[in-house]
Design a protein around this ligand. Structure first.
Ligand SMILES: C[S@@+](CC[C@H](N)C(=O)[O-])C[C@H]1O[C@@H](n2cnc3c(N)ncnc32)[C@H](O)[C@@H]1O
Length: 231
């Protein structure tokens, strides 16, 4: 079986264990088709690498990265979607028992239910020299990427802009990261927008590797993926 056949079987397994709920656009803002995802995983060349999906939904991308040969797959997802862990673990067990012969397959995945951005600590107004200023206190939940993370995938459809910007900040401060997959949307119209944001965080080591036309599972909506490499 090639990578695409494995990924299609991974998608079918997630569909079966989630009773068809996986991949609907409602709730998790959707995911890509198996074919589109495989194109992205091939472009990043996940084989033997430490992969991360920020906003992993049900975890289908993590599982597909592992069946495509990633050595580890780590994901973050919002705490309110914690019930997804049952889908994820049930699918991983089936994949491990019925589909692949990869040692410690399930233990290669780590899923964390954390909002990577937001803890609202409050705000305060200060008055200096007749000028009023409001100070807002926000704290990042995830301050840095785990050491050794090499490739980030984030299908940030429906994600808040602040979260997307924080992801780029995390990427800019990671020493091990060399590949990044993000998607065109109303806030990021050109690859240069992403590169400019990374540069604002003091990181000018990225460039666009390729553009991939993808479509969404279920709705068929077209999405453009940008794969950036660090040089
Ligand atoms: C478009 S879905 C992608 C799901 C999955 N990556 C896939 O491709 O199948 C985006 C996911 O990001 C998650 N998300 C949004 N904001 C987040 C945050 N601040 N921290 C963690 N996850 C977040 C959403 O709950 C949603 O599941």
């Amino acid at each position: 079986m090639n990578g695409l056949e494995y990924t299609k079987r991974v998608f079918r397994t997630f569909n079966r264990v989630s009773d068809g709920a996986h991949g609907n656009t409602r709730g998790f803002h959707g995911s890509l088709t198996a074919l589109s995802l495989q194109k992205v995983l091939d472009a990043v060349d996940v084989y033997g690498r430490n992969f991360m999906d920020i906003g992993f939904g049900t975890g289908v991308v993590l599982a597909a990265a592992l069946t495509s040969g990633a050595s580890k797959a780590h994901g973050f997802e919002l705490p309110e979607n914690q019930a997804n862990q049952h889908i994820f673990h049930a699918a991983m067990r089936r994949i491990s028992n019925e589909l692949v012969n990869i040692p410690n397959f399930s233990r290669r995945a780590l899923v964390e239910f954390k909002d990577i951005v937001q803890v609202w600590l409050g705000n305060a107004s200060v008055c200096t020299n007749r000028l009023y200023a409001s100070l807002f206190f926000l704290q990042w939940q995830v301050h840095s990427l785990p050491e050794g993370t090499e490739a980030i995938f984030t299908f940030w459809n429906g994600m808040e802009l602040q979260t997307q910007i924080h992801i780029l900040e995390l990427c800019s401060s990671s020493k091990s990261l060399d590949s990044l997959v993000v998607f065109r949307d109303q806030d990021w119209r050109r690859p240069a927008d992403i590169l400019e944001q990374l540069e604002e965080f003091g990181d000018s080591s990225w460039s666009l590797h390729c553009t991939i036309k993808t479509s969404m599972h279920g709705s068929g909506e077209r999405k453009t993926a940008w794969v950036f490499f660090r040089y």
